[in-house]
Design a binder for this molecule. Structure first.
Ligand SMILES: C[S@@+](CC[C@H](N)C(=O)[O-])C[C@H]1O[C@@H](n2cnc3c(N)ncnc32)[C@H](O)[C@@H]1O
Length: 363
């Protein structure tokens, strides 16, 4: 259907823009395979480079498939190559690529979202129904590997920076943790934060709360391995957060915007916190408007998409869900909600993070 008002150059550029998104999606699938099959890990151990044959041989894989994967990776500038014109090219990872792709304890390690890509994308199958009914899906809909993906996404940074930078930035908290404090990690996921704090502060008691069966299973498995007697993981629907002694510190890491009832949760946090206690609120660095998010955050389209597939879906997983979503809890909104829940002090901590903002919230 010809339309004279269509500018062919604009059309070409628009089409290119749309297909470059597909290039990103398909290459993301290839990154998932590189991680899952140990291709990056194997390449990281051989900084001088590998041929498709040696890489396939090292991992017991079929050379033809590995070669095609390498061609995708080099075209996407993820894997490097000494000489593309060679008959049998040698491929390698730069030291920076090794950090992002193959070093799970490096703060820049980025394989978490790629790990759970199949589960995240599988949500597309039930999304049309959610768009019609309004009802989303909680984190358990992503299966056990979804919980592992979350663990791989957030933990590298936490493991590196939480104890040396975040805890000391909270007024009086380090001393309390050393002496013996009661701590809750709400929305604890696979439990990495509670386990790290539990190991570091043996005189304190930690309770991780989550409503995801898969996350709790993973957390309890890791707890068995760590053998810590000061950490436990529970479902708040079985043991209410308000039920025991009040807490000195409550942490919520990247989860308030996922909750169906964040307003009620903030009231629960206030009710469960001692009057001299601290709530460490960590959530996505979101702006107050669509305009600001789109113009100031280069990852806005990724984050809004993840919101539909995961965060907002979780926040809409009950009929009366508030539906905040990934970019739904800006600093000013969090402050307003915290004040309404009974908190009087709300400070942004001077912690640099690519995605998250850190707040010290006090009664
Ligand atoms: C993005 S994950 C973050 C997990 C963990 N804090 C971390 O940083 O790795 C969000 C978690 O919040 C949990 N969650 C959602 N609503 C919850 C609620 N009402 N109470 C407790 N956990 C909840 C989800 O099950 C999920 O495990």
């Amino acid at each position: 259907m010809a339309n004279e008002s269509i500018d062919p150059d604009v059309l070409k550029m628009f089409s290119f823009g749309v297909f470059s998104k597909l290039e990103g999606a398909v290459t993301s699938g290839m990154i998932h395979l590189g991680d899952r099959l140990g291709l990056y890990e194997s390449m990281a151990t051989r900084p001088d480079g590998v041929t498709s044959d040696s890489l396939a041989g090292h991992l017991g894989l079929h050379e033809r498939w590995v070669r095609e994967w390498l061609h995708n990776q080099v075209a996407a500038r993820i894997v490097s190559c000494h000489d593309l014109s060679a008959v049998d090219p040698v491929f390698y990872l730069t030291p920076e690529a090794v950090c992002v792709l193959a070093t799970p304890d490096h703060p820049a390690y980025g394989m978490g979202m790629f790990h759970r890509l199949p589960q995240t994308m599988a949500a597309l199958n039930y999304m049309p129904e959610s768009f019609r009914t309004g009802l989303g899906h909680d984190y358990d809909s992503h299966g056990p590997e979804g919980a592992v993906g979350i663990e791989k996404s957030f933990e590298p940074w936490n493991q590196n920076f939480l104890i040396p930078y975040v805890v000391p930035a909270l007024s009086g908290v380090q001393e309390k943790l050393e002496a013996g404090a009661r701590v809750a990690d709400i929305g604890c996921g696979a439990g990495g934060l509670s386990l790290l704090l539990g190991r570091t502060f043996p005189h304190s008691q930690f309770v991780g709360y989550d409503i995801s069966v898969h996350a709790l299973e993973r957390a309890n498995e890791r707890l068995k391995h760590d053998d810590l007697s000061n950490v436990r993981f529970v479902d708040p629907r079985e043991e209410a957060i308000t039920s025991g002694e009040k807490f000195d510190l409550i942490c919520t890491f990247d989860c308030i915007h996922d909750m169906t009832h964040p307003t009620e949760m903030m009231r629960t946090i206030r009710q469960s916190l001692k009057d001299d206690g601290t709530w460490l609120l960590v959530d996505i660095k979101a702006h107050d408007s669509l305009e600001l998010n789109v113009t100031k955050n280069p990852m806005a389209s990724l984050l809004y998409g993840v919101s539909v597939l995961s965060c907002m879906s979780s926040a809409m997983s009950s009929p009366d869900g508030e539906g905040l979503g990934t970019l739904g809890l800006s600093s000013s909104k969090a402050q307003r909600m915290a004040r309404d829940a009974g908190f009087t002090s709300f400070e942004k901590l001077p912690i640099e993070h690519s995605v998250n903002a850190f707040y010290e919230v006090r009664p």
